[in-house]
Design a binder for this molecule. Structure first.
Ligand code: HEC
Ligand code: HEC
Length: 433
């Protein structure tokens, strides 16, 4: 069975399978949970005068058409960043000659099983689709099946050839449920891809220096330094979830923006290389790519979609409810956790940020400079805790491998004097959020 011919048959039939709505997305979920969302108009107004009118904004229900548009942007829009990934970094050459699907999966790239026609699924299952050939990667890109990568495939001398490639938000902030095979399954938008090794991927570029390659290769899976190419300093961050942020008005671990659109513009322009502008006089970052703006008009819909992404609830049986009940009392009492992790989002972010002296995650590992010192606020935001079970390791720099390690770090650094039972109970409570 020839994979490429399967793909072209499929393309000719024009029968791209529709991607069903996610359980956490959409209007019905909004109504069911009673959560409030930002509508397009209000989000646009917020972008224009960020910092005011939050409460009013959140009482409106999002327009499902706008949310659907935002989902497409989140998954498939590159904002024209092919200029960076193709013209500058020449990743299309690397991918089409050296990245077979097995290699792609090994650096944490994920495949959307729902984008695969059934004949391809069968071919993967019976081994007739060659997972050791870069041509298969090109075929998967043609199907829009590699999460977060957007390829343009053209026929050159009768062969499907990758001519352009760019990246989307989904690269870092989506994974799959592994329902088909490891790394292949249904999309989980908003879940951080902690298997992805963005540094190792960028280091494959033939266009970067040996010194830069060494930095990129030092990051490892699940981490990315979104300031390295601006300030030249090296201190990779854990890729955070992009879910559970409705109602949180300090965005990023240092609270640099008032809404997610702040980060979307920052990362879209300065990291992804999308066409448009970002500037923030607090950090001195000022970047313009291209002469057109392919970002600004998309920010309201993108944000509306992101705010529908709720934190995933813990699986039944994944924690001990009785111990968690006791742990809640520790959280609110002797642990003093609730003095900062307050309210339904478990954060005081909308009221205040915290100086580095308040956090237990500094100093940074490996002698890296304080992450806060490289940010706009020079402070940290109390991390929201809904869905925290899902995204180990913890803290901005990933220094705590488990929730129990988080609790032990607080116990030591803040001299809380918790007993072993209290520590275990508190960890169970965190698993239940
Ligand atoms: C190369 C990986 C990468 C890509 C691509 C990327 N991000 Fe991020 N994202 C990060 C990292 C790392 C952070 C942490 C930044 C920090 O806390 O200072 C982050 C932070 C965020 C946050 C803030 C989370 C919080 O808790 O406040 C949101 C929301 C987000 N990203 C959404 C997006 C969207 C939408 C896009 C596309 C426009 C995108 N990201 C593209 C790596 C990425
Ligand atoms: C002084 C305010 C403050 C107190 C008290 C506090 N935290 Fe935190 N917490 C923070 C801040 C700020 C962060 C983010 C630190 C970082 O990103 O490195 C954080 C991060 C966390 C994280 C990591 C979340 C993630 O997404 O990685 C967990 C879990 C957590 N805290 C649990 C607790 C528990 C349990 C207690 C009580 C024992 C506690 N916190 C007490 C402010 C506080």
């Amino acid at each position: 069975m020839r994979f490429m011919s399967l793909v072209s048959d499929f393309a000719m039939r024009g029968a791209r399978r529709r991607i069903p709505g996610r359980r956490n997305g959409g209007l019905s979920f909004a109504l069911r949970t009673g959560l409030a969302f930002v509508s397009l108009g209000v989000a646009a107004a917020l972008t224009a005068c960020s910092g005011s009118g939050w409460d009013q904004a959140e009482s409106s229900i999002p327009d499902p058409a706008v949310v659907a548009q935002g989902k497409q942007i989140f998954r498939f829009d590159t904002f024209g960043d092919e200029s960076q990934w193709t013209d500058t970094l020449r990743m299309h050459e690397v991918i089409r000659t050296a990245v077979d699907p097995t290699t792609a999966l090994s650096v944490g790239l994920k495949v959307d099983a729902e984008a695969l026609p059934s004949a391809v699924v069968a071919g993967i299952q019976n081994g007739s689709v060659d997972l050791k050939s870069p041509d298969t990667t090109v075929a998967l890109l043609k199907l829009d099946a590699v999460i977060g990568l957007k390829g343009t495939v053209e026929t050159i001398n009768g062969k499907d050839t990758l001519t352009r490639v760019g990246v989307t938000c989904a690269l870092c902030h989506s994974t799959v449920d592994n329902s088909f095979a490891a790394g292949i399954g249904k999309r989980l938008d908003g879940w951080p891809n902690r298997d992805l090794d963005p540094g190792a991927i960028i280091a494959l570029s033939p266009a970067i220096s040996v010194a830069q390659k060494a930095v990129y290769n030092s990051w490892g899976p699940g981490k990315y330094d979104p300031r390295f190419n601006q300030d030249g300093r090296n201190g990779p961050q854990v890729i955070p979830p992009a879910y559970g942020l409705n109602g949180v008005h300090r965005i990023t671990s240092t609270g640099d923006g008032d809404d997610v659109a702040y980060w979307n513009r920052y990362v879209g322009v300065t990291q992804m290389g999308g066409h448009g502008s970002f500037s923030d006089r607090r950090t001195g970052v000022s970047v313009t790519n291209g002469t057109d703006d392919l970002i600004t008009a998309k920010l309201p819909a993108l944000q509306a979609y992101q705010l529908t992404l709720a934190a995933p609830p813990p699986a039944a049986g994944s924690f001990d409810p009785v111990a968690a009940g006791r742990g809640k009392l520790v959280f609110n009492g002797p642990g003093t956790c609730a003095t900062c992790h307050s309210g339904t989002e478990f954060t005081d972010a909308n009221a205040r940020l915290h100086p580095p002296g308040d956090v237990v995650s500094e100093p940074e590992p490996n002698g890296a400079p304080s992450w806060a010192s490289r940010s706009a606020t020079k402070q940290y935001r109390t991390a929201p805790l809904q869905g925290v079970w899902q995204h180990a390791p913890y803290f901005h720099n990933g220094t705590a491998p488990t929730l129990e390690a988080v609790v032990r770090t607080y116990n030591t650094r803040k001299s809380l004097g918790l007993t072993e039972t209290q520590i275990a109970d508190l960890a169970e409570y965190l698993k239940s959020l």
